[in-house]
Design a protein around this ligand. Structure first.
Ligand code: ADP
Ligand code: GLC
Length: 501
């Protein structure tokens, strides 16, 4: 079959800028597609952090015109390649919009820390990502190929399918292009005042309740869903959940209407980065054959790193997460004293809402010999926690796909998850039945309660202590699972082909 030409647009890409799993996907899906023989390019904003990389992108010499409101910016395009690949990634320069992120000043990609400690969205986010979405279409002539598919992700690029359908498709070269829109998280919608319509340059009549308008506001996510030729989320279960009131964040009605073009594709893992057999960030590499000899070295290093006594018989529960409502941090905090009574140690890596920062700090201060805490973003440490923990906690309130549970499988660190979204689609609960069938890969519960989480951790630690052969079998089964991108990239390819007809 003929190979495809694909342009992927994202607001973050691992290796250049990252706040969460979107960056991992935007960095690895393109490489997996390229490995299948397709021609792929990625485009993202030229953030300050990218500008200051050790290996900064190079200036292409190309300048593109990007209309925003009543002016047109002339923007330089920079170019690099995705880590360990030949896949080109282009960066759109616009210093007013994107030259501001700086961790020391509390300035992130989308938010800044305010004097009170809380995080606030940048007031010009609508303008920044209206600009970027438009720039994606304007950058196409500079790519060196004409894409069949323009693939946008999350609210930041929600206007891309609209611009393609309403402004660019009638232009020479753009006529055959089709758009895919992936929802990585429906809770973040980019819901802005109606005045933003003026900035978009889109015809005012599109601002109606079946197209761009959502309760009197301009909603970027809705725009993407309505105008894309295909819409997908990052797991089959989440694609069904978001059509319900409980999970839809107000979009459930619309998503029911567009069910015919809505599907779910679970994320894959980049095993070039997340595999204990090759991971440079852990003290001793291991695979399923050597896990029980080598993994304890990571555990010892992890405990030492957090100044915790190196008591190897005590189970370590690891958490790596954005500290936000989604991740079930409140359940963990409620159940945590119980975990300590079970003899567990807890290690947290994350950043997010200041209330969680405070509560975790207080909890850590009360139990300095049992709890480790690092508030911040540290990719190296994330690897050590995956490798050094005995169990990984991910009791999410909702989880579109989730990558950390997949990393945990590979690192032989059975995840404890709430069976929602991608967690339900990827983890097989090690209850008695699945233990007997040797199919369990982790521990799952349904009710969003601290009690259910506690009971599940209690069961897991009972196996860990009293039935070590059963626990080891879960570890081995987990490590054998293959969630590499190959399968997911195949599903994206099928989706692309479907809309190209
Ligand atoms: P989400 O995208 O909702 O945050 P995922 O499980 O899909 O959840 O992906 C999270 C990604 O972000 C993982 O690669 C994880 O290791 C990383 N991550 C999250 N918080 C941190 C942190 N504080 N430090 C380092 N990596 C983090
Ligand atoms: C979102 C979701 C997460 C998913 C990631 C990448 O951040 O919260 O579940 O894995 O996007 O798709």
């Amino acid at each position: 079959m003929a190979s495809l030409k694909v342009l992927i647009a994202a607001s973050e890409v691992v290796g250049f800028a990252k706040t969460g799993g979107l960056a991992d996907v935007a960095g690895s899906l393109p490489r997996a597609l390229a490995a299948r023989g397709h021609q792929v390019a990625v485009v993202m904003p030229y953030y300050r952090g990218v500008r200051h990389l050790k290996d900064p992108p190079v200036n292409t010499g190309v300048v593109i015109p990007v209309p925003v409101g009543n002016r047109t910016l002339a923007c330089r395009l920079f170019r690099s390649t995705l880590p360990k690949s030949e896949v080109p990634i282009f960066f759109v320069e616009a210093p007013d919009y994107f030259d501001r992120d700086d961790a020391r000043e509390g300035k992130g990609l989308y938010q800044q820390t305010m004097p009170g400690g809380y995080k606030a969205d940048y007031p010009d986010n609508a303008e920044r990502f209206t600009f970027f979405s438009r720039a994606v279409l304007e950058a196409i002539p500079a790519l060196g190929f004409v894409p069949d598919i323009v693939h946008a992700n999350d609210w930041q690029t929600g206007l891309v399918p609209v611009y393609l359908a309403e402004v660019y498709r009638s232009r020479p070269g753009y006529g055959q292009m089709r758009s895919v829109y992936t929802i990585h998280n429906i809770a973040y919608q980019g819901n802005f005042g109606a005045d933003v319509m003026g900035l978009t340059g889109l015809p005012g009549w599109l601002f109606n309740s079946t197209q761009l308008e959502f309760h009197g506001r301009l909603n970027f996510l809705k725009a993407g869903v309505v105008f894309a030729d295909a819409v997908n989320t990052v797991s089959p279960t989440y694609s069904r959940e978001i059509t319900t009131y409980e999970y839809g964040c107000g979009m459930e009605g619309l998503l029911q209407q567009v069910q015919g073009k809505l599907s779910g594709i679970v994320n894959g893992v980049d095993y070039g980065v997340w595999d204990p057999a090759v991971d440079p960030h852990i003290p001793a590499n291991y695979d399923a054959g050597t896990v029980f000899e080598q993994k304890p070295k990571s555990k010892a290093e992890l405990l030492t790193r957090f100044n915790l006594p190196v008591e190897m018989d005590k189970p370590v529960l690891g958490v790596v997460a954005r500290l936000v409502v989604q991740k079930g941090i409140d359940l963990i905090l409620s159940a945590a004293p119980g975990f300590l009574d079970l003899g567990c140690k807890l290690i947290f890596l994350g950043e997010g809402d200041p209330e969680y920062h405070n509560e975790l700090e207080q909890f850590q201060r009360r139990h300095p010999d049992k709890v480790g805490l690092y508030l911040g973003f540290d990719e190296t440490l994330a690897h050590l926690i995956e490798a050094g923990s005995d169990l990984f906690l991910m009791p999410s309130r909702y989880e579109p796909s989730g990558l950390n549970q997949l990393y945990s499988l590979k690192y032989g660190t059975p995840p404890v998850v709430r069976a929602t979204g991608g967690l339900a689609d990827t983890i097989v609960n090690a209850d008695e039945e699945n233990l007997a069938a040797k199919t369990g890969t982790g521990f799952a519960f349904n009710d969003y309660t601290a009690g259910a989480l506690y009971d599940t951790v209690k069961w897991a630690t009972t196996l860990y202590r009293d039935r070590p052969e059963d626990f080891r079998q879960v570890v081995r089964t987990a490590m054998r699972q293959d969630w590499s991108w190959g399968r997911s990239a195949g599903e994206y390819e099928a989706l692309y082909r479907r809309i190209l007809g």
